[in-house]
Structure formats: structure tokens, C-alpha cells
Design a protein around this ligand. Structure first.
Ligand SMILES: [Zn+2]
Length: 200
């Protein structure tokens, strides 16, 4: 992190800085201390509880509540998918890993519907349908299936627990999937448009 006070704010969804408002220190072993503070997003005034090591401001944030969002969602992604993707990231940032996994799975299902899969089918059928119709490649089908598996584990009480690493992985996969299905084609279309404009 370039700036030790910068954060990707989960409320205003901007890269912003934290401003120190109030705090106190507490000793821990080895002559070190932790600084507990209330800090504020300089864009939307969302408050954060932070813990920093050996210093109140400008020192590394060990923990914050709420946490910084892990990443941004590209604006070129379809609105319905983007909404679930953003909420999945929000879940991830507060440690709600099962919620993140379920929402990532939902985002995959919305992607399938957006790309023409039959409504009312099970998700694995919808993914298969897109593959059979040459809308997605084998790679993307595999990514979508991984998100589906972990999302299923998260949604059903008798399945395996979803941990931080699992949900992180499927958020990465969801991002790759959206890049291939939305972001890259939109960028290519824009380039093409530019090229045509220049030729005329
Ligand atoms: Zn903010």
C-alpha cells in the first residue's frame, strides 16, 4: 500500500484517506503498544474503528472495522451482475465469507441469464447451455463451475465450511469471468469504434 492511511471505502466505494478523530493506546508485550482509534473517510464521513501498531496515525493498519473493500468492480459489467459482485465484496470485507460465496454464485447465475441461458434451470445446466452454444469456452465454464461449487457449499448447511481463502478464490474467478464476458468485449468494441472513426 503506497499510503498507510488510504482505504477503498466500503460505503462510498472510492479510494479515500482516513482522518484520525479520537483514540487511545494499549500496551502489549515487548514494549510495544497498539493504538485503537476512530477514523473517518475523507469523502463520505463513514467512521472506522482501527488498530495500528506503535503509533496513532500513518502507521500500518492491523485491523479496521469495517474493512477496506478488497477491489473495485469494473463499470463495464452489466448492472445486475455488478450489484451482486459489489455486495459479495462487501461481505468479504466484513468477514462474511459464506455470504460472499453465495452472492458470487448468484452473480454467475445472473451472468448466465444475461448471456441468454434458459430461466428456471439449475445453474449447472445454464452454464452447460452457454458452453454448448459457444458463448463461453471450456476455461470459462470451469471457472463458473468452481464458483458454483463453493457457492453451493456456502448455501447448504450440510456442506463444507467456506473460509476466507475459498471466498477470495471465487471472487478472483468471478472477476476473471466478468473480464472475459463483459470488460474485454466492451473495450474491443470501443477500440473498433475509434478505429472506424479515424478511417472515415
Ligand atoms: Zn467513504
Amino acid at each position: 500500500m503506497a499510503d498507510l492511511n488510504s482505504i477503498y471505502c466500503p460505503k462510498c466505494r472510492c479510494h479515500t484517506n482516513l482522518i484520525y478523530r479520537a483514540g487511545y493506546e494499549r500496551s502489549i508485550t515487548g514494549g510495544k503498544y497498539l493504538y485503537h482509534a476512530v477514523e473517518e473517510c475523507n469523502n463520505c464521513q463513514q467512521h472506522f474503528l482501527t488498530i495500528r501498531l506503535n503509533g496513532q496515525y500513518g502507521k500500518k493498519i492491523l485491523k479496521s472495522y469495517p474493512e477496506s473493500l478488497p477491489k473495485t468492480v469494473n463499470s463495464l459489467i452489466s448492472d445486475s451482475v455488478k450489484k451482486d459482485f459489489e455486495e459479495a465484496l462487501l461481505c468479504q470485507s466484513v468477514g462474511a465469507y459464506r455470504g460472499a460465496a453465495v452472492l458470487a454464485r448468484r452473480a454467475v447465475q445472473l451472468t448466465c441469464l444475461d448471456k441468454g441461458a434458459k430461466k428456471g434451470e439449475k445453474l449447472h445446466k445454464q452454464i452447460e447451455e452457454l458452453f454448448d452454444n459457444n458463448i463461453i469456452t471450456q476455461d470459462i465454464k470451469d471457472w463458473a463451475d468452481e464458483v458454483r461449487y463453493i457457492g453451493n457449499d456456502a448455501a447448504h448447511p450440510n456442506k463444507e465450511e467456506v473460509n476466507k481463502e475459498d471466498s477470495e478464490d471465487i471472487l478472483e474467478l468471478l472477476e476473471s469471468l466478468c473480464d472475459v464476458l463483459y470488460v474485454a468485449p466492451a473495450r474491443a468494441a470501443k477500440r473498433k469504434q475509434k478505429r472506424k472513426g479515424a478511417a472515415e
